[in-house]
Ligand binder design. Structure first.
Ligand SMILES: C[S@@+](CC[C@H](N)C(=O)[O-])C[C@H]1O[C@@H](n2cnc3c(N)ncnc32)[C@H](O)[C@@H]1O
Length: 259
């Protein structure tokens, strides 16, 4: 990826993180008081994590990473933003959860001498920042033990399409100056580069990197109120109606690294 886009996104995420950390959306005080930041979808679908080595790619400021750590996982979180990683390390210290946080572009992440992970996890608003899914899937595979699990919970590309983005893979990024999605975010804008990816590209990249896809689900709600026009019909479930019908808002994939 052009370093110019990585740098643009890093600066934007540094700025967003300062806002997100103070938001009700992320509810840091609630997390520190013991609440999980994980949502019903991943809590229901993930493999057991207790005692397992878990790599969280694009961990933002670590709430989900540390929530998996509270469930007994030995966690490493990786993110591009230095502000995110500083705040994740602060929360790690506050909670004494003994996770590791590494500032790195996903594409340059080096595990070092430690063994590969049992689980790689990534979620909600991750792959739109990645131009090359083939490289990404190979990095996921390279960091997993044989038989290890990759779990992805991601926003559904159908919603991108109805929001005016292209559905199929984009070589050129969308460059936009936009506010962030937290309730306190309207005052800040940042210029960011994103790439569209249909589900077939995600799945094929993983298959070609040596994964067997063991489950795929689509959900008609988002656990986050992060798009315009969502309706909370049940607590924590935000729906989007398209031409009178429920749109798919989240998809999840579970893959096993084949031997
Ligand atoms: C929407 S957040 C991830 C969502 C996460 N589920 C959350 O809400 O906490 C996207 C994250 O991806 C990170 N990111 C963007 N591009 C990246 C890259 N090339 N390598 C590593 N992290 C990246 C950003 O810094 C940001 O923290």
């Amino acid at each position: 990826m052009s370093e110019q886009y990585v740098e643009m996104n890093r600066l934007a995420w540094d700025q967003r993180t300062e806002t997100h950390f103070k938001s009700d959306f992320y509810d840091v005080p609630g997390f520190l008081a013991g609440r999980t930041s994980l949502r019903e979808i991943e809590l229901a679908e993930m493999v057991p994590v207790a005692g397992r080595r878990l790599l969280h790619l694009q961990c933002h400021f670590g709430l989900d990473t540390l929530s998996w750590a509270r469930l007994g996982a030995h966690c490493t979180g990786v993110d591009l933003s230095s502000v995110s990683i500083e705040k994740a390390k602060y929360l790690n210290e506050q909670t004494g959860l003994n996770a590791r946080f590494v500032r790195s572009d996903v594409y340059h992440y080096q595990r070092g001498p430690e063994p590969p992970f049992d689980i790689v996890f990534s979620s909600y608003g991750a792959i739109c920042w990645l131009p090359d899914l083939v490289r990404w899937a190979n990095i996921v595979a390279a960091n997993l033990v044989t038989g290890g699990t990759f779990y992805l919970a991601e926003f559904h590309p159908f919603h991108n399409l109805v929001s005016g983005y292209q559905y199929f893979d984009s070589e050129k990024p969308d460059i936009e100056n936009e506010a962030t999605y937290t309730e306190n975010g309207s005052g800040m804008t940042a210029t960011m580069a994103t790439w569209s990816h249909p589900m077939s590209s995600v799945i094929n990249a993983l298959i070609n990197a040596g994964f067997v896809i063991t489950r795929m689900n689509e959900h008609p709600f988002s656990p986050y109120n992060c798009f315009d026009g969502l309706e909370e019909r049940e607590q924590g479930r935000f729906y989007f109606s398209h031409l009178g019908q429920d749109a798919p808002l989240v998809y999840t994939l579970t893959g096993k690294k084949a031997g």
